[in-house]
Design a binder for this molecule. Structure first.
Ligand code: SF4
Length: 438
């Protein structure tokens, strides 16, 4: 690897938690090569934008941002992530200032490509999928907040019909248990209190005979990390072992993000989700029977091709029955290259909008009820930063169920674990009274 001089590098991340994690890793990789990460594009020799392709709107935003960043004429602009993977060299035409395009498995090639772009104005594109180096040896960035992500799998081969991810991130690859444990240990040593194991479907994790449940147990048993979370789980794959571990181990937080996407079996089949509403609801009942205080969050799409009013009512019924703590809701829009993009996008835009509005009303009503029932309860929270309220006299934190809580700052610091009584609820955030430090 040839590094001619120290460059200042500015990184920006769009999209999911995996991108945020990768952006940190890219920063650490470049720092390891002697470059310096800066907090503003103004003084940067190199600007890196890690992009998302999950919706067309996300790509339009990223292109807009790249055009905006192009005004930094002296800087080398690098595009990474899913949009880089999807568009490849076409990005040079769309944003002429771009010098390097690096897809989702190519980050290790960045130091050399950036040097070549800075020294010789060379352009390069890397979009080959399937390499293993990116998953095993992305360098970790140790300084950072008390709550950190650790990627344990990359890629997905579920091929949900609306989703572009399997085409852009390749087949599922799991990291080795050894490298995951080393990363968690390193993060704990540098001050992290909470780790979220990350992957498109973490339940698909496998290293030899070790599956996700065994990995979670090992992290809890063999590292000093105070709290463990995971994101995301496919409802077809998650089983009782995960909930049993959650029930037995207080440090394994009582929260699962379990995307349902739709409540009608006909639509679930058209989405190729691999479960029915009945099996999904059975998983919800299983979770609640084993972990009575579990919070369940979800993702839902409205207006998938051919979705009727009756299909949509089934989604509403399912939301009422499942009792989600929160739901991320979206209007369907086709992604070219996916199976669903070949179907007629036949639900009128106005109907999608109305359905989204109706769904959000039910989600909010259920959320208010679920959270309202917690007022007066006691919860352990991990304080993870200053709250933008009352001139920063409050710190913010999360309960194990991932519910937001504010507490008066007083003598407390980020990273403290405290026991609070949840006194009030406003805008889906609790105000807590600290009753003990842990
Ligand atoms: S599980 Fe489905 S929605 Fe999730 S990343 Fe894989 S293909 Fe996309």
């Amino acid at each position: 690897m040839r590094i001619v001089r120290t460059l200042t590098v500015y990184c920006e991340s769009f999209g999911c938690q995996m991108n945020a994690y990768d952006t940190d890793g890219i920063g650490a990789l470049l720092e390891g090569c002697g470059h310096r990460i800066v907090g503003s594009p103004d003084a940067a020799d190199c600007i890196i934008v890690n992009t998302c392709s999950v919706r067309e709107h996300a790509e339009q935003r990223a292109i807009g941002r790249l055009l905006d960043l192009s005004r930094h004429r002296e800087a080398v602009i690098v595009v990474c992530g899913c949009m880089a993977q999807r568009m490849g060299a076409r990005l040079f035409d769309l944003v002429p200032a771009v010098k390097v395009v690096a897809g989702t498995d190519s980050y290790f090639l960045l130091p050399e490509a950036i040097s070549n772009a800075v020294d010789n104005g060379e352009r390069s594109v890397f979009i080959e999928l399937g390499g293993s180096s990116v998953i095993e040896t992305m360098p970790e960035k140790h300084e950072g907040p008390v709550s950190r992500y650790v990627a344990i799998t990359r890629g997905c081969e579920n091929y949900c019909s609306y989703c572009i991810v399997p085409y852009l991130r390749g087949k599922v690859r799991s990291r080795s248990v050894r490298s995951i444990m080393e990363e968690v240990d390193g993060l704990a040593e540098s001050g992290a209190r909470e780790v979220t194991l990350l992957g498109q479907n973490v339940i698909a994790f496998r290293d030899g005979s070790i599956g996700f449940g065994e990995l979670a147990r090992k992290v809890l048993d063999e590292t000093p990390i105070r709290r463990l979370r995971f994101l995301t789980s496919h409802p077809r794959d998650v089983g009782a072992d995960v909930f049993e571990l959650m029930a037995a181990e207080k440090r394994f937080c009582s929260h699962i993000h379990l995307p349902v996407q739709a409540g009608s079996n006909r639509i679930l089949e058209a989405m190729n989700r691999g479960y029915s509403r009945e099996t999904y609801l059975a998983k919800v009942r299983m979770a609640r029977s084993i972990v009575p205080d579990i919070a369940i969050t979800t993702d839902i799409i409205v207006g998938f091709p051919s979705e009727t009013d009756a299909d949509f009512r089934e989604t509403i019924d399912l939301v009422r029955e499942a009792g989600f703590d929160a739901a991320f809701t979206f209007q369907y829009s086709p992604r070219s290259g996916t199976a669903a993009s070949l179907l007629a996008d036949d639900v009128p835009a106005e109907t999608k909008k109305e359905r989204l509005h109706a769904l959000n009303s039910v989600v909010m009503e259920k959320r208010a009820n679920m959270l309202g029932a917690q007022v007066g309860a006691t919860a352990e929270i991990l304080l993870d930063g200053a709250a933008q309220k009352g001139e920063y006299r409050f710190l913010k934190g999360r309960t194990p169920q991932f519910r937001n809580v504010l507490v008066p700052r007083e003598n407390l610091r980020e990273g403290d674990m405290v026991l609070v009584v949840l006194r009030r609820l406003a805008n889906f955030t609790f105000e807590g009274e600290v009753v003990a430090e842990r």
